[in-house]
Design a protein around this ligand. Sequence first.
Ligand code: TXA
Ligand code: MG
Length: 319
Amino acid sequence: MAVLSVCSAETLTDAAKALRAGALVAFPTETVYGLGADAESAEAVARIYSTKGRPADHPLIVHIDSIDRMGEWSSDIPAYAIALARDYWPGPMTLVLKRSEIAGDFITGGQETVGLRVPAHPLALGLLQAFVAAGGRGIAAPSANRFGAVSPTTADAVQEELGEFLAESDLILDGGPSLVGLESTIIDCTGDAPRVLRLGAITHEMIEETTGLKVIENDTAPEIRVSGSLESHYSPKAKVLLDVVAEAGDGLIAPDQIPTPNGVIRLMAPSTIEQYARDLYRALRMADQQGLEIVVVLQPGGDGLAAAIRDRLQRAAHE
Ligand code: TXA
Ligand code: MG
């Protein structure tokens, strides 16, 4: 497996051809790094599952190069979903729609729906465009971590997570740190109104403003499988304790106005909520690199992105 940090047009064309030939290509997105495979190849997609150690009945997000390809992968698209796509694509949002016939069971986990996203990172878009030029239609990509672990927000973190499981012909594209830092907001658009399945940077307020509809609170319908909705997920090896006093030897993640007690290892001191989201996974990873046993996290207050951060922290802390 090669790590490519100079991503010229030629590199992207080569990576796109590798994908078409059945290789896996990890690539940056603005949310987290994804582990990509040709979404129309059952064999390539099977390698995503084995590389991640992920159960094969979990559906994957199909990444597409533009809103124009929505109708290729899905059908019966409601007007509010088109409004969302117009306003927030490319961007950190996944729409769950009724699948078309090209979305195979190996993508949807056998469900009648498919998750679609146009990512905003220029390298991801460049790769998708090169992939279309090479005859492809969509890149299936979960976060590029082992199942249940913290999502990678840098190419180094991808290598650390998956390096030993990738094959020689697989690639990792390095596009610098992900700027959002939390996985996309997932919105189920199969009902009369949008239902948020996973919180993210596209907030309830933004969804309601665009659609003029009230977001349906997620009652975690058991028939919909969102692996990120398992109670324990996004977990580092260190034990994560929320909103307690850190003791000497513990790691600490807290807003910048909170001082660091004596002997405590400060992992992150964000001054904004965007910074908190962007750096959180890197800080959790740092705790493991330093061999810490406990990371104390003081959760941010507020709605929107803060609520998405608390959602991930609660799963990271769940045993
Ligand atoms: O930001 C992101 O969404 C990143 C980047 C790489 O795009 N991807 C990501 O993928 O987080 P993953 O597989 O780690 O999480 C996607 C979640 C999974 O929990 C999956 O179950 C859910 O999306 N999902 C995918 N298709 C779905 C569908 N048709 N219905 C319900 N949930 C779906
Ligand atoms: Mg994931």
